[in-house]
Design a binder for this molecule. Structure first.
Ligand SMILES: [Zn+2]
Length: 136
């Protein structure tokens, strides 16, 4: 636990309400007098104040974080869409227990290799046409 920062203020107390009405260095948080015409005493009082750490502003959730958190409940109906482009780095046919399929490894531009299983529900893998390639 670190010590709270301290500072010394000169405080003038109001002669009417006996609350602080002027501080040096100026600090509006230290002024308690609400008189319309405060009458500061002649001599300031030296006061040491500790500053409680200001509460950190809560890290504001980005819209995306908030959106994802709202999804994180069992039973929420969602649609998962994955779209990325890359090159086929590998592909192989497999057969197992009477089923067969074709699996792909797609390498994205950053060199990461992603296994792609076309059996995954909703997944579609298609060739990028030359036209698309030239347009981008
Ligand atoms: Zn006052």
């Amino acid at each position: 636990m670190t010590a709270l920062p301290e500072s010394t203020l000169l405080v003038w107390y109001c002669t009417r309400c006996h609350k602080s009405c002027k501080v040096q260095p100026p600090d509006p948080e230290q002024i308690a007098c609400r008189c319309t015409n405060p009458v500061p005493g002649l001599r300031p009082t030296q006061v040491t104040v500790t500053h409680a750490p200001k509460p950190r502003p809560m890290h504001a959730l980005s819209d995306e974080e908030a959106r994802l958190r709202a999804l994180g409940r069992k039973g929420t109906r969602v649609r998962v869409t994955v779209t990325f482009e890359g090159e086929i780095a590998d592909a192989w046919q497999w057969s197992s227990a009477g089923r067969r399929g074709l699996d792909f490894i797609v390498a994205t531009a950053d060199g990461t290799r992603h296994p792609v299983d076309p059996q995954q529900p909703g997944l579609r893998i298609e060739a990028i046409t030359d036209d698309e390639e030239n347009a981008s």
